[in-house]
Design a protein. Structure first.
Length: 696
């Protein structure tokens, strides 16, 4: 049950494919297989409907012709990875040049797929290659015709072993007899050997007895499209009552939160994310603004999970019942919204597990349970779990069951709180177990921590991750960071989700930059990344007041109820709605692939493009929220899919302005008080049958 990842039947395949004195006639070398993450230790990631582009270097001495296949199968094909070839599907690899080969594997089902590469010397193709040259040089090929007959007879035997291919066996047998018949015209026999249809028939029955298989079975995890492209809206259900007509100070419920879903869907979001919805502890409950002493009416932090009303598989009674929650989920689905739950693996001192399983918690020298700390910060209302304690197996199983419980309630998207403070092996095991049963599930890692730990969490199975975008503001650091995400191996497994703000983080630039910086950060997040999110309503209402000395909201919803005026005239809701509509209508913005930065002569002007099905999008952003800036942009036409000397139109989807550009150098000017960015759709020049010019 708790076997180490990477061990198992696949090891047998790896050993069997190593060269030895007994199989040294396997002359082909299979090298540099891509994608391959950490030597096959972890799977790469794709989404349903993608093709997996597999490449490899295939090398052989001399001039022999190679044949190669990528072998692939869904995990449902069986756990025995060393099973016979009959369990694999195959796709031929084609040469790209310089000994590099490529194949495209269609990924048609969710879950884990295995793949590897196999190559061999194609004796028939190699023979025909030399035979053709001798014929062209008008050399005597009578002996070569005898060799051709031998090779054809061998192909007949291989075809005869395949019941469905007896027709091939008969046709190959007839060809072998004709080629071997010295009484027949030599020209007729030669033409038959060179016949493409005959070569195709032989290729269907290759001799793979000396094939070399890549030393590892590699894997790809296929997830729903929402793993690659999503727009998240974080909502505190308990703060929805007053906004929906009830008196200020009234605790919101799933019913009042359900009434907010139309607003969220109208803004164009497709994931509504709820902080923990479980009962909240009373012991050491935090008061408003993280005060150590709570007043009688303080609602506490949702992350202090557990009370007499239950724990991680219970609902805070103030929010309603399970039936209320189910109606909330059903309403969200009817609007095209996925409900994401926050899973925080920690407990309040009042959690039932504290009494039932004290061994699941760390005890200090004085016998008391250790509360959570991040010195000098103290979280007296939260106990961390003892993940490597004496009863760790039971704890791990119980925590896994928390996910399974909420999956049973219709939730398949989870935001995980602080996963970097829990063991990495736990996540690899837990997510792997869950995805084996429920490949439709998605996991977002809230891990603002060291880069390599964030990367390891993604390798361990998290579908998406929070990122450092929240603090990347200068042109050079945005470019450097995005290139790391999109041009290194991280693109194979790390899916960034860009958040301008969170309940924990009100970055400094949002505190002083005013409306222009909120607009700028929304556009950057939504167009640089294909996954983005906001903590609302504070973001669209441009809340910017922080507690003294920290990047955290004053009067924070983490500790109290709030009232939001969603109808405010200055709300960013119309702009956010437009941005999400543009994302839906332009496939280029629905993927991280295709991102390209273009040079500008002003460090305050950032320019980048994305290209996908349906065309290219070009984004120009003024990074200075206080001053207008202009710049000359050196466009790389190839990144936009236009010719260097072609006239094309850029259509600003934010303001409907249209400009006719030509060549690579063009001028822009942006005043952040009006709009800090252009979001251009690139339209190419065309003519209709009546010679009328237009752009598409």
């Amino acid at each position: 049950m708790f076997s180490r990842a990477g061990e198992g039947p696949a090891e047998g395949l790896a050993r069997s494919s190593r060269p030895s004195l007994l199989d040294g006639r396997r002359r082909v070398v299979v090298a540099a297989v891509r994608p391959e993450l950490d030597g096959g230790r972890f799977p790469v990631k794709r989404v349903i409907g993608d093709v997996l582009d597999v490449e490899a270097d295939l090398l052989v001495d001399g001039h022999d012709v190679l044949a190669a296949r990528v072998l692939y199968r869904h995990a449902d094909a069986g756990d025995d990875r060393a099973a016979s070839a009959s369990t694999w599907s195959e796709q031929p690899l084609a040469p790209l040049g310089n000994d590099r080969w490529h194949a495209a594997v269609p990924l048609t089902a969710l879950g884990r797929w295995d793949y590897t590469v196999e190559s061999w010397v194609d004796e028939w193709a190699s023979f025909v290659w030399g035979f053709r040259r001798k014929v062209e040089a008008k050399q005597d090929v009578s002996v070569e015709l005898l060799r051709a007959a031998e090779l054809l007879h061998a192909a007949v035997e291989r075809a005869a072993d395949v019941v469905a291919d007896h027709a091939d066996a008969r046709s190959l047998g007839n060809a072998a007899a004709l080629v071997a018949d010295a009484s027949r015209d030599a020209g007729e026999r030669t033409a038959l050997v060179l016949d493409a249809a005959l070569s195709a028939a032989v290729a269907r029955h290759p001799d793979r007895s000396r094939a070399t298989r890549h030393g590892r079975v590699l894997s790809v995890v296929v997830e729903p499209v929402r793993a690659r492209c999503s727009a998240w809206y974080e909502l505190f259900p308990r703060s929805t009552a007053a906004s929906d007509g009830l008196a200020p100070g009234t605790h919101g419920t799933f019913a009042t939160a359900a009434a907010r879903l139309d607003y969220i869907a109208d803004l164009g979001f497709d994931v509504v994310y709820l902080p923990p919805i479980h009962p909240i502890g009373v012991t050491n409950r935090k008061g408003k603004n993280n005060a150590l002493a709570a007043a009688g009416d303080d609602v506490g932090s949702p992350w202090a999970i557990g009370s007499a009303a239950g724990g991680h598989k219970s609902i805070n009674p103030d929010l309603g019942s399970f039936d209320d929650f189910r109606r909330f989920v059903a309403r969200a689905r009817s609007l095209g919204l996925d409900v994401a739950l926050d899973i925080a693996f920690q407990a309040s001192p009042d959690h039932p597990w504290v009494k039932e399983h004290p061994e699941w918690f760390v005890h200090r020298a004085d016998g008391t349970i250790q509360y959570a700390e991040n010195p000098p910060k103290k979280y007296q209302d939260v106990y961390p779990f003892y993940f490597d304690g004496p009863d760790w197996r039971a704890l791990w199983e119980e925590l896994k069951s928390v996910f399974l419980f909420w999956i049973g309630e219709g939730v398949t998207v989870f935001r995980v709180d602080n996963p970097h403070t829990k063991p990495l092996p736990f996540w690899e095991w837990c997510i792997g177990e869950i995805k084996a049963q429920h490949p439709e599930t998605l996991f977002l890692a809230e891990a603002f921590t060291r880069p390599k730990i964030m990367q390891q969490l993604a390798k361990a199975g998290f579908s998406q991750s929070y990122t450092y975008f929240t603090w990347r503001t200068a042109k050079w650091e945005i470019i450097e960071y995005l290139r790391e995400l999109t041009e290194t191996d991280m693109r194979e497994y790390f899916r960034p989700n860009f958040w301008p703000n969170t309940p924990d983080i009100l970055p400094e630039h949002l505190q002083w930059g005013g409306r222009p910086v909120f607009v700028q950060r929304a556009i950057l997040a939504a167009t640089l990344s294909s996954n983005w999110g906001i903590y609302g309503p504070p973001f669209e209402l441009m809340e910017h007041t922080a507690r003294a000395g920290v990047e955290e909201y004053v009067d924070n919803e983490k500790y109290q109820l709030r009232t939001w005026d969603l109808g405010r005239a200055d709300s960013l809701a119309p702009l956010i709605r437009l941005i999400n509509r543009i994302r839906r209508e332009n496939a280029a913005l629905q993927d991280m692939r295709g991102l390209h930065f273009h040079a500008t002569d002003n460090d305050q002007i950032l320019c980048y493009s994305k290209r996908g099905d349906g065309g290219a999008v070009l984004v120009v952003v003024n990074l200075d929220p206080t001053h207008a800036h202009s710049a000359w942009i050196d466009i790389d036409p190839r990144a936009l899919g236009v010719h260097p000397d072609e006239t094309f139109q850029v259509h600003d989807l934010l303001g409907e302005a249209r400009y006719r550009w030509r060549g690579g150098r063009n001028f822009v000017q942006l005043d952040p008080r009006i709009m800090p960015a252009h979001l251009f759709r690139v339209r190419r020049h065309a003519r209709n049958e009546h010679d009328f010019e237009y752009f598409v």
